[in-house]
Design a binder for this molecule. Sequence first.
Ligand code: ADP
Ligand code: MG
Length: 361
Amino acid sequence: MITASHISKTITLPNGRRINILNDVNFHIERGEVVSIIGPSGSGKSTLLRSLNLLDPPTSGSISVEGEDILASGYPRQRLHQRMGMVFQQFNLFPHLTVLENVMLAPMKVLNIPREEAENLAIEMLRKVSLSERATQMPNTLSGGQQQRTAIARCLAMQPDIILFDEPTSALDPTMVGEVQGVVRLLAQEKMTMLIVTHNMRFAHDIASRTFYMHEGTILEDDTPGKIFNQPQHAETKAFVQRIHKLVFDVENQNFDFYDMMSQIRQYCIRFAIPEQMNTITHIVEEMILLLSAYDNPFHIEVNHGEISGQTSVVILHRGETISPLDKSDVDELAVMIIRGMSKEITTEQTPDGIQLTFTI
Ligand code: ADP
Ligand code: MG
């Protein structure tokens, strides 16, 4: 359905230097494939999508969509824009139009569909993203998740064969990511051909039949999500997919903001979709802070979460100490029992900085 051969994009900076934003990108995507695109910021993911839909054509190479060379001079761009929709991080809805009018506009203007038919089509698309009750509202009265679902309905109203998503959930509050991902999942079940750039590794893994790992303007690895995330071939891919998200606190004295720490931990759990573990994590941290507060030495707390491994741990370093706070003779036995009961495993390690405990959750 889409074939990209040797596409490159070179730009000349104001200082005359030329840089390669895309560097010999090649792929072939069949109808119904769902491809997730991951990679560090600046690796060319957005530029690749913008090349495919000619928002920002490549400087060399060829792209064919359903057998047609879209880079050929005289190729009607409008035909491409009917076939290929795009959903951005920013929803870009027209603020002065209702939800329904936003969805109706392109079919009327671009496809010349009569108003009544466009309205029926728009209602159908809004139903698909579960927003038919919001049809008469203005965009600014909707939540971010609802606005993004409207943007998806607007894209669907053009009845595209392919949809490109550029970080569709990055601008959303963490609580609204799920509803937008749900709509994309529904489209995947309906066999819509999609290319989805996302920073959410769990989503990239679960939604796609294929994953591209982009690095410095090239597709360094193109494989099934299972391979990319569990058996990556390149060191760069491995480092990227196995990276661990850390939340770090250094407590120097008793005047730290305990409530702020707890709220940061809760936010972190919501952000990385580990709410089931939120209570365990906050309990362990709370109990440990109570134990550690009996001593003057500062301590360091880390919450670590591997998005793909799904492994979460709490690391506590009690600076300048040689005995674990759980093993001290005057320790609160009940607190220790609670802490041990909540952890899958606790390891203790003597480091040059002090005694370090790792709680696997
Ligand atoms: P990603 O979406 O993976 O974060 P982009 O495709 O946005 O990456 O950008 C790739 C690289 O190209 C970045 O280093 C970016 O700064 C640069 N870049 C993209 N477009 C332009 C442009 N029009 N002018 C200068 N640099 C650009
Ligand atoms: Mg981008």
